[in-house]
Write a protein that binds this ligand. Sequence first.
Ligand SMILES: Cc1ncc(COP(=O)(O)O)c(C=O)c1O
Length: 425
Amino acid sequence: MKPVKLSSVSNKINYNSILADKVQDLKASGSYRYFLDVNKSAQHFPKFYFEDFEGRKSQAVNWCSNDYLGMSVHEEVIGRLSFVAHRSGAGSGGTRNISGTTNYHRQLEQTLARLHDKEMALVFGGAYLANVTALSTLGRLLPGCVFVSDERNHASLIEGIRMSGGTKRIFRHNDLVHLEEILAGIDEGAPKVLVFESVYSITGSISPIAEMIVLARKYNCLTYLDEVHAVGLYGKGAGIAAALGQSASIDIINGTLAKGFGTVGGYIAGTALMMDAIRSFGKGFIFTTSLPPAICAAAQKSIEIVQAQPGLELELRAKVARLRQHLKENNIHFVDNDSHITALPVGNATLCKQLADTLLHEHGIYIQPVNEPTVQRGAECLRITVTVRHQEADILLLAESLRKVFANRPDVHTLQRESTHAQTR
Ligand SMILES: Cc1ncc(COP(=O)(O)O)c(C=O)c1O
């Protein structure tokens, strides 16, 4: 067959120009994402080096890491990682059912099942993949399934529901009245899954888990809870449902090994039957290389350390309280909540980026601006996460730097108040 000469094709599609226009539009909206090289130091975390505009090395303090407990730089976790890597290699070399399951995977899954008081757990490459796989598989296995989903749910939950082919009904964030209205309106005979998070990742709001479980039971609805930002930090490492004594009432709990536990990977935990069904039919479990054995071993070590040290949880709480006290003293407005996530509403993507740039380049403070589509337009914010490794001096410097930067931008305070509404609802 003769190759087609591109020049001879009329009405040629200009792929590059279509893509360039899309990126340009995103830049113009202020929501384009810039990726900073955070040259992390295991020794000095949360301090790191980055290259400034002139290519000079500068130091900054990371105020947006999800390594809340500093477990990624914990000596024993690193030690376990390198020990097992030397024994088992850098990768698993296979998918879970084609030579990619090791005793490290098996032990980690048993540890996770015990952590959440469930019969079985399944480990995935990340919690994103775990959410997408679990929800899309459930939807395919339960014909006519209706997913009842909080409006602030994470992209991975939204994507899993979309891929399930089921129907989606959205309730207002943490709104029990709206949730019940929706549940009551769904055909009694239809399979239903209530999908929600315990700690919402950007604003840090916490869902009324016990009340939501009552409603789900009333309407014979399965419960799927994303505890990604809670595991390691609440309920002796097991999350908010565990802290409230509600783990047993949640059908499937999703968590990550990457944030509170400082490594990488995600998981779900539930009954042996549900896990077996998802394991057997879930493409994101079957058709992808399993986590490296060394990562499984390091994650397990991290969970063991966190469980044995309830003081870590308290230390983080104390640092969150210190941070908020200093913010108040410096007249910096934030969304108050019961979690460890502190969001400063800004309400404008361009301003958010400008503030973040000034903080980084003039004050050595790194806070990634949070823009659309992570949040809706008008709810842009600076999301601050304190870790157990931040010291009092770091917190002081952050609060004072924010005061100075905000003082130079009088529009910030007005916008902050306007956008709080979008953040707190
Ligand atoms: C609520 C929520 N669920 C799931 C994920 C995905 O977790 P992972 O990084 O383990 O893929 C994230 C990531 O930030 C998240 O915020």
